[in-house]
Ligand binder design. Structure first.
Ligand code: NAD
Length: 451
């Protein structure tokens, strides 16, 4: 099939490349000229395992390309997927990108001669596809959604860091449909995938995405609340607590006689909080949506609050070792991305940690294996801290080192390295990636979230 995707960001580009490798002909449309020309020159605009290879392959096979020309791309395709951003501004979802592209797609559809399906893949609140996208498409195309053209809502569940794998082998495919024909025609793009397909109405598909993200965020904040209680007891180690909890067979069931370790367990662990482009904004948007329809969301509000204050727990650990006065103390922050295997720094907990340290007068030095390899994001440019390219440079003569992202590179570091290079070997493990006994045995002053 011929597929056009509006928005060549994490979701649009990954979806585009995976659909192209399934045998479709895909065009990604983006209004960022620089991004489009980079993609067409075989340069993925962000880091994601496997993306460079797949981009090269699909470009050379001519099954994928990027463009700025939305109208032509829509008219040349059978399906148009909307994958633009839906940020949260002042705690409310900002639909300006969605509205703009709905208008543009509507104008193109006016000229379309054959049946076309539009699908919203961006995360939008229940009612947006039906109440915002459909009317705009109809207004500008002068055609009726659900009869002259199809309309679907197809939420995306990919995880940055394993995005291509998730897109090629999804757990499930959720298709909200305005009518059965829309869903049937749209589902053809996934014909080669064996994942279970859930066909439902448009708002239910929208809600599935928020419910899934809300669950993950709730597990993380719950784990962090348990960490705070554990820390305050002086004797409980939350990491051991989670090991004990994880072994419940309802969380780690047996399969073929052996235990399996489901991915959900990664969300039942204490750390410095969740970040990224989805969980923080989506939970806030859900809370404000609920408020708008008269529902109190006490649990979700607490989830947000715990997460907002979790980076401060790291500062408390720093002060517990270095004392209250951090002025001129050199502190290395290892890890700037919101999680490993991505270069995405959006809403990373590393930033509130850095900001608090700077406001206390500390001299912060940053390191990340990936965050500034491809593109140096504006947030990093405007941050007034030196960024260094090796861990050794970061920790050299430092009074403390904070591990803010659980990169494999950091997990492999041994305690001697910290001892050798630091002014005093204080390691604050905000992701609990180290074996505390080996660090303590080697003379490290080791503190960790939940310890
Ligand atoms: P992104 O910011 O990386 O990409 C959005 C792209 O849309 C940008 O390249 C931007 O230039 C482009 N764009 C904006 N307006 C445009 C217009 N008028 N015409 C053409 N292009 C335009 O965003 P993302 O991370 O890919 O997220 C997209 C959506 O998917 C969001 O709703 C997000 O919540 C959702 N989502 C994201 C993830 C994730 O892990 N990033 C996972 C699941 C769902």
């Amino acid at each position: 099939m011929n597929i056009s995707i509006v928005g060549a960001g994490y979701v649009g580009l990954v979806t585009g490349l995976s659909l192209a490798s399934l045998g479709h002909k895909v065009i990604c449309i983006d209004n960022n000229k620089n991004k489009v020309s980079k993609i067409n020159k075989d340069e993925a605009p962000f880091y994601e395992p496997g993306i460079d290879e797949l981009l090269k392959k699909t470009l050379s096979k001519k099954t994928f390309r990027a463009t700025e020309d939305l109208e032509k791309s829509v008219l040349e395709s059978d399906v148009t997927i909307i994958a633009v951003g839906t940020p949260t501004v002042n705690n409310n979802i900002d639909l300006s990108f969605i509205k703009k592209v709905s208008m543009q797609i509507g104008k193109a559809l006016k000229k379309a001669e054959k049946y076309h399906v539009v699908a919203v893949k961006s995360t939008v609140l229940p009612g947006v596809t039906e109440g915002v996208v459909a009317p705009m498409l109809e207004k500008y195309s002068r055609k009726l959604a659900g009869s002259s053209f199809g309309l679907c809502m197809n939420p995306e569940f990919l995880r940055e860091g394993s995005a291509l794998e998730d897109a090629m082998q999804p757990d499930r495919i959720v298709i909200g449909q305005i009518d059965a024909k829309s869903g049937r025609e749209f589902a053809k793009i996934y014909a080669k995938l064996s994942a279970p397909k859930i066909f439902t109405n448009l708002p239910t598909a929208e809600m599935i995405k928020y419910a899934a993200n809300g669950l993950l965020a709730t597990l993380i904040s719950y784990s962090n609340e348990i960490a705070r209680i554990s820390e305050s007891t002086d004797k409980v180690d939350a990491l051991d607590v989670w090991k004990g909890v994880h072994l419940d067979r309802r969380l780690s069931p047996f399969s073929g006689g052996a235990r399996i370790k489901p991915g959900i367990l990664n969300y039942i662990l204490s750390g410095c909080g969740f970040g990224g482009s989805c969980l923080p904004k989506d939970i806030k948007a859900l809370v404000s949506f609920a408020r708008g329809i008269g529902v109190k969301t006490q649990l979700l509000k607490s989830v947000i609050n715990i997460n907002k204050t979790q980076p401060h727990q790291v500062l408390l650990l720093v002060k517990a070792t270095l004392g209250e006065n951090l002025k001129d103390k050199k502190i290395a922050v290892l890890g700037l991305t919101f999680k490993p295997n991505t270069d995405d720094i959006r809403h990373s907990p590393a930033f509130p940690i850095i900001e608090e340290l700077l406001s206390e007068g500390a001299k912060v030095i940053g390191h990340d294996p990936m965050a500034y390899k491809k593109n140096v994001p504006q947030k990093l440019i405007s941050l007034s801290i030196p960024l260094v390219s090796t861990v050794k440079e970061a920790i050299k003569n430092a009074h403390a080192a904070i591990v803010a992202t659980a990169w494999e590179e950091y997990a492999k570091l041994n305690p001697q390295l910290f001892k050798k290079y630091m002014k005093q070997p204080v390691v604050i493990d905000a992701r609990r990636i180290y074996d505390k006994s080996s660090f303590l045995k080697n003379g490290i002053i080791y503190k960790g979230i939940g310890l």
